[in-house]
Design a protein around this ligand. Structure first.
Ligand code: ATP
Ligand code: MG
Length: 378
């Protein structure tokens, strides 16, 4: 099958107009594409970048088909879209990354079972559908995290437990039909790998990003990760293998843990742009957003080598508790840029934007975003 390049001037549809959709839409605009968006929220962050916005819930399959009508390709920024809506869009225009890949990823238990079945390395886990089996799982695994199989992000829908009784209580408190109970791992370093893959199977893996989370939410990320050449190629080969097996067209982010004993494990997958690659705009010749547009438009994939160390620091809604922060001091730090998503309401924990910086070394890039962040809270 040939995949002719989609020429600039064509329209790309986005299921989701949050910050990921907004930044990808801006890259699409830069390259001369038109942008159309579906999002449940009329005031979504990508709205100012789109020619047309459809406001409808994810379960509205008719709206998904309407979005796809006239689009050369449809992509998404959120994996938790009901399968009938994905199929409705895919029946009208090519849906990237593909219905089946998104279906596997969108439910945590299904995703983990798929990874295990296909021989990819995971920490010990159990899928549980009853409070009693949740208790048994914690008794068998020891200290654990009980994670809702659907709907969790930024550490939401997760409870850390130590005992069988706590496991039972956690399952009951989450009030969902299915949970994954994961053994609490002794993590030394978190990294991720972003893969871009075209329909013809051509693929590239970005160098690893090193990521630091606080209470389950990403705080900062930096590239190069400094994990060493052997670990670097192992992580990239692992991510490429998963993207290949899933038949991804577009982007796949693979979150990984390196344990204190050196073991490399997969944490979870995301079939879309990823928070840990926002600094790809600074560190690589091709940002993740431009790369997604290239991949789905059958254009040559862009270079992903590190041209300059870079880092990001997230800006959560908590910073807005006394009104919008003053960014003047942050912008005075050399190399720092402010990225805001245009969200009207700031809630604690909500991702409102991020700071990025480059530097002569990864340490310097990270120091710059942290200094700029501290200036916001001073
Ligand atoms: P996000 O959407 O931000 O990626 P999420 O809600 O899907 O997050 P996970 O990626 O499962 O959540 O977990 C968030 C963070 O919690 C991880 O990056 C890691 O720091 C920590 N964590 C998750 N699972 C484990 C585990 N089994 N053992 C130890 N720490 C863990
Ligand atoms: Mg995660």
């Amino acid at each position: 099958m040939t995949h002719a390049p989609v020429p600039p001037g064509a329209t790309i549809g986005f299921l989701g107009g949050g910050q990921l959709g907004r930044m990808t839409a801006m890259a699409a605009r830069t390259m001369g594409y038109d942008v159309r968006i579906l999002d449940p929220e009329p005031d979504c962050p990508a709205r100012p970048v789109a020619s047309a916005v459809i406001t409808a819930p994810w379960a509205d399959a008719k709206a998904a088909a309407e979005l796809a009508t006239g689009c050369a390709a449809v992509t998404l920024e959120i994996e938790q879209i009901p399968r009938p809506s994905l199929e409705a869009a895919a029946a009208v225009a090519p849906l990237c990354p593909g219905v089946e890949a998104v279906y596997v990823i969108q439910e945590r238990a299904r995703q983990k079972e798929w990874l295990a079945t296909n021989g990819f390395p995971l920490g010990p886990f159990r899928t549980v559908r009853h409070a009693a089996t949740a208790a048994d799982a914690v008794a068998a695994l020891g200290p654990a995290i009980v994670k809702s199989a659907m709907g969790g992000y930024d550490g939401r829908g997760q409870v850390r437990v130590r005992t069988a009784d706590e496991g039972r209580a956690a399952f009951e408190s989450l009030r969902v039909p299915t949970c994954v109970v994961e053994a609490f791992l002794d993590i030394a370093t978190e990294v991720s790998v972003l893969v871009a893959r075209r329909a013809d199977g051509t693929a590239v893996a970005y160098p690893t990003s090193r990521n630091f989370h606080t209470d389950g939410v990403l705080t900062w990320a930096v590239t190069p990760s400094g994990v060493g050449a052997a670990r670097e190629s192992e992580a990239r080969a692992l991510a490429l293998g998963i993207a290949q097996k899933l038949g991804i067209v577009g982007l796949l982010a693979v979150e990984m843990f390196i344990l204190t004993d050196g073991t490399l494990l997969v944490n979870e997958l995301a079939p879309r742009p990823h928070n840990t690659y926002h600094h790809s705009e600074r560190a690589h010749p091709t940002s993740q957003f431009e790369q997604l547009v290239r991949a789905i438009c059958h254009l040559p994939l862009g270079a992903v080598d590190v041209v300059r160390p870079a880092a990001i620091h997230n800006l959560l809604g908590d910073l807005w508790s006394g009104g919008a922060p003053d960014f003047t001091a942050a912008l005075a730090v050399p190399g720092v840029r402010v990225h805001l998503y245009g969200k009207k309401a700031a809630r604690p924990g909500r991702k409102m934007g991020h700071l990025s910086a480059d530097g002569a070394t990864p340490e310097e890039a990270l120091q710059r975003v942290r200094t700029a962040y501290d200036a916001l809270t001073a």
